[in-house]
Design a protein around this ligand. Structure first.
Ligand SMILES: [Zn+2]
Length: 479
């Protein structure tokens, strides 16, 4: 018995020694590149940004509400504001309102890069309109912020890209390789514009060395315990799957109901699905995040991130507590629409529910559906896959050209920043470009933006300054 305890104690000491060794040797592998101070934002550059926000380039769920004049007005604004871009680059109008600009580089034997942003914004819900501090389409500058619908998503990127190109063209700069700018017009409702651009590039046999689109951000607030800013550089995007579940069972008068109705069967299925969440997993971007930020974390978090083999449960427990954290570590599922019944005394014959899932990289939609069918285990529940399906993206390696170019531009444009791989939760236009490049980076160079798709959407002027400086570094340094 005594031998057993001694053995146990020795094992425990070895374990502690390994954990501590891993923790103390867990040091930063970040490349050290010094930042170059960004010049102040000029008045004209800021005015261009605020003016861009006044165009109501809104993507509505209902296509009948589409306002072509807003998009045509925005097109004219771009032509007038950026004359050199329109003089030196070829612009193609695709799917009616999307644009593909070609900026020829010095060496046409090198593969081009694609830089993306979308023109459209989400609507402002009528019920929330008077909750805004400023008119959402006024482009107001106040308290160091630019306020308005589309500031963060995605006009900051679009305008900063145009501003940078116009500035560089005024210096007769020619990029080392060709740059294609792709500006979709309906990203918020599926991205038909981006799909058409990707198709055109494919037909032309173009593959890109890298693609850069919106995605992760720079944050000083979202990583508690960390004193340095972190650039969350999206290297993968979750998949999007909506399913319609239907149950049909003869209804009838509610005064003499059957043992089980269509509504009963459907709700039981939903409860089962919700009570059996997907297994948590550390994907490649999550491992990358732990590696990148871990060494600069306070001791306990550093120890956990240095030893994920031992602390996986604790890390998952922490992430699971919040919606965004949970979404990082598992495929999620939630019912979003439930429909049945027309009258209080009629038992309906049909009940339907829409379930929205966001798939982790590696979780394929067919396998996921099989799993859900097993959980429900009731053939009366019929599944239909909706057309909006997008499988999870592949993961862009940290060692890739794209990641390294973006990382260098981040470090030059915003001091002290740790760059980290990141899994993008929402959907972006670049998901349609999987056949154009295996090197897709999803990153928006702004610092802790506020109000994505919500009330009082705004970005700091510092963010705009950083975005301008980031694109300039990226384009100048392009090999
Ligand atoms: Zn967006």
């Amino acid at each position: 018995m005594k031998k057993f305890f001694i053995g146990l104690l020795v094992l425990l000491l070895v374990l502690v020694a390994v954990v501590l060794y891993n923790t103390f040797t867990f040091t930063s592998t970040q490349t050290k590149i010094a930042a170059i101070p960004a010049p102040p934002v000029t008045d004209s550059s800021l005015q261009h940004f605020t003016k861009a926000l006044t165009y109501k380039t809104i993507s509505y769920g209902n296509p009948a509400l589409f306002d072509s004049s807003a998009f045509l007005g925005f097109r004219k604004f771009l032509e007038q504001t950026y004359p050199l871009v329109h003089q030196h680059m070829q612009r193609e109008i695709i799917a009616g309102y999307s644009f593909l600009y070609t900026w020829k580089g010095k060496d046409e034997s090198k593969k081009p890069i694609v830089i993306m942003a979308h023109q459209d914004v989400v609507p402002v819900e009528e019920a929330t309109r008077n909750m805004w501090t400023f008119d959402p389409f006024s482009g107001t500058v106040k308290d160091g912020f630019v306020w308005g619908r589309g500031t963060t998503d995605d006009k900051i990127n679009l305008v900063a890209q145009f501003e940078t190109a116009e500035k560089l063209l005024s210096e007769n700069f020619v990029p080392a390789r060709t740059i294609l700018f792709a500006f979709g017009h309906d990203e918020e409702i599926g991205g038909k514009g981006a799909i058409a651009i990707a198709k055109l590039l494919k037909v032309r046999g173009i593959t890109a060395e890298m693609i850069l689109d919106e995605g992760g951000i720079i944050t000083k607030e979202k990583m508690p315990g960390l004193t340095k800013p972190v650039a969350l550089v999206g290297t993968a995007e979750k998949g999007y799957l909506s399913l319609e579940l239907t149950v049909e069972k003869p209804g009838g008068h509610s005064s003499m109901p059957e043992q089980e109705t269509a509504i009963d069967i459907l709700t039981k299925a939903i409860v089962k699905l919700r009570s059996e969440p997907f297994e948590p997993e550390f994907t490649e971007p999550m491992h990358g995040l732990m590696q990148s930020v871990g060494p600069d974390m306070p001791f306990l978090q550093k120890m956990a991130f240095a030893n994920p083999w031992l602390f996986k449960k604790a890390i998952i427990g922490t992430y699971e507590q919040s919606g965004p954290g949970n979404a990082m570590i598992r495929t999620t599922l939630v019912p979003t629409i439930v429909q049945a019944g027309v009258k209080d005394n009629v038992v309906p014959t049909v009940a339907t529910a829409t379930i929205n899932l966001r798939l982790l990289p590696g979780n394929n939609s067919e396998q996921v559906i099989e799993r859900l069918k097993e959980i429900i285990n009731d053939e009366r529940v019929v599944f239909k896959k909706m057309a909006t399906l997008a499988e999870a993206s592949k993961v862009t390696p940290v060692k890739s050209f794209g990641f390294q170019q973006v990382e260098m531009a981040i470090k030059k444009s915003y001091p002290q920043t740790i760059s980290s791989p990141f899994l993008v939760i929402g959907a972006t236009d670049s998901r349609h470009f999987g056949e154009i490049s295996t090197n897709i980076i999803k990153f928006s160079p702004m610092i802790d933006p506020i109000g994505f798709h919500g009330i009082d959407e705004r970005v700091s002027i510092e963010s705009y300054q950083t975005a301008l400086w980031f694109y300039e570094q990226l384009i100048r340094d392009l090999p």
